[in-house]
Design a protein around this ligand. Structure first.
Ligand code: ADP
Ligand code: ZN
Length: 431
């Protein structure tokens, strides 16, 4: 029934005991790193005194920015000769967040994913077509190793190249697909355009993750593909996919609680909130040798479901991610902050000072449309010059956000001036 009976059905009291044992070890290791030794030293924190879930509240949060500041190895506990892999968040700034893993870390991550897949009903007989990006992004390799560990045949087809994906489906009959919900919406249309009935492909299950989507989208995707869909949550700072994963009940994602301590906080005050209340998810990785990140602010809004799950697992669940407590947007699977887009366009002298970012979804693909005001002088400029400028902005932004933006030049003063806090991002995507 379970991949790892002992761990997955462990009584709550024992899980909590295991978490504290692992936390102490993780804190001890973290305190040896340049980053945490400085932070804890300045705050006068003696990690050996942190022995309960309550005590943890004394520990400062770790943020994405802290990870950038300690780039590349300020949070690494072991010599790099002990590590066997690195990943980087799909955030596209030069200094992204880099995560290192020892051999044990990679094995443990595979175990975590194998276990999660098993609880959706996956077995060694299954064939997984893994349509997530491979490379620095954790989506592809993260699931890959877990599925192999379970004994599945893995087709590492990565994202994109739809016609080849379809060919692989027809030739090798995957029973499970791993894919972003937005690419799944697009791909299913391409399948239909080819005159193929998606239901005839024999796919039974789909793992959708890496970006937010709604229950309605899940239902739609289940119908379009003829599959059961399971929500898969993860972030590179906490390994990658498999941090929390739905079981066969499809009713919220079980957190791998022997790997993480989860807290929910009020994003404004940083105060911890009781189970069941919605807030920002904070995670502490207590089962990674190379990089034990402590109280990481995920910025993802959700709540812990306090009730036990019908599947019998004792690890608690989180609800579908509701949104983010910062302004990060995910476009075509890539994390972007509006400030990064702003930095690019505002560096171009011909651009005035107002702009809007409009996000849309066409046939399942994310589109980004940016309205940019020009300086009056240039607005009257000749068409050729404007076209050249447009191309320049598109190129610069494409290097940043990967998705090709559509740039529309606006007459100076034609965009609504901001009153107080500017609203520049309009997310019209129906998720
Ligand atoms: P990458 O895009 O490289 O995985 P990150 O690890 O930084 O980059 O992205 C993780 C973020 O993606 C999460 O913090 C969350 O906002 C989003 N995400 C991942 N999985 C899901 C999911 N199942 N539902 C909603 N959002 C998700
Ligand atoms: Zn369950």
């Amino acid at each position: 029934m379970y991949y790892n009976n002992e761990i997955e059905t462990m009584p709550r009291a024992d899980i909590e005991k295991l978490q504290m044992t692992r936390l102490k070890k993780a804190l001890h290791a973290a305190a040896s790193t340049p980053y945490y030794s400085k932070i804890y030293g300045e705050a006068g924190i003696d990690v050996s005194k942190i022995t309960t879930f309550d005590h943890m509240q004394q520990l400062p949060f770790t943020t994405k920015n802290d990870l950038r500041m300690s780039y590349p190895t300020g949070m690494v506990t072991v010599p790099l000769s002990e590590t066997v892999r690195m990943h980087a968040s799909s955030g596209t700034t030069g200094k992204s967040t880099v995560i290192f893993y020892t051999r044990r870390d990679i094995e443990q991550w595979a175990e975590q994913v194998a276990r999660a897949m098993y609880s959706t009903g996956a077995r060694k007989e299954d064939i997984l077509q893994n349509m997530m990006g491979y490379g620095l992004f954790t989506g592809g390799l993260g699931l890959h190793y877990g599925a192999e560990k379970l004994g599945c045949l893995v087709i590492p087809s990565a994202a994109g190249n739809s016609l080849r994906q379809i060919q692989l489906m027809q030739d090798f009959h995957p029973t499970i697909i791993h894919i972003t919900p937005s690419y799944a919406l697009h791909l299913v249309e391409v399948i239909k355009e080819q005159g193929i009935d998606p239901h005839s492909l024999g796919i039974k299950k789909a793992y959708f993750g890496a970006e937010p989507y709604s229950d309605a989208t899940r239902e739609k995707l289940e119908q379009l593909w003829g599959v059961k869909a399971y929500n898969c949550y993860g972030l590179s700072e906490m390994n990658g996919p498999g941090v929390a994963f739905e079981c066969a009940q499809q009713a919220g994602m079980h957190i791998a609680e022997d790997y993480y301590i989860a807290e929910i906080i009020d994003p404004e005050t940083g105060q911890r909130l009781p189970d069941g209340t919605e807030g920002e998810l904070v995670l502490t990785h207590i089962n990674r040798e190379a990089m034990p990140i402590i109280r990481y602010r995920t910025r993802d809004l959700t709540r812990i479901i306090p009730e036990t799950c019908g599947c019998g697992k004792t690890h608690r669940r989180i609800e579908r991610i509701k949104g983010r407590s910062d302004d990060m947007i995910i476009v075509g699977g890539v994390n972007v902050f509006p400030s990064q887009i702003e930095a690019v366009i505002m560096n171009i002298p011909e651009v005035g000072n107002n702009y809007q970012i409009i996000l849309e979804r066409e046939e399942g693909l994310d589109r980004i449309h940016i309205k940019v005001e020009l300086y009056s002088k240039l607005f009257k400029g000749d068409l050729k010059a404007l076209q050249k400028l447009n191309k320049e902005i598109v190129e610069k932004l494409r290097a940043l956000i990967i998705v090709t933006p559509r740039i529309e030049f606006m007459e100076p003063g034609s965009l609504p001036p901001s009153e107080g806090k500017a609203k520049r991002v309009f997310d019209n995507r129906v998720i």
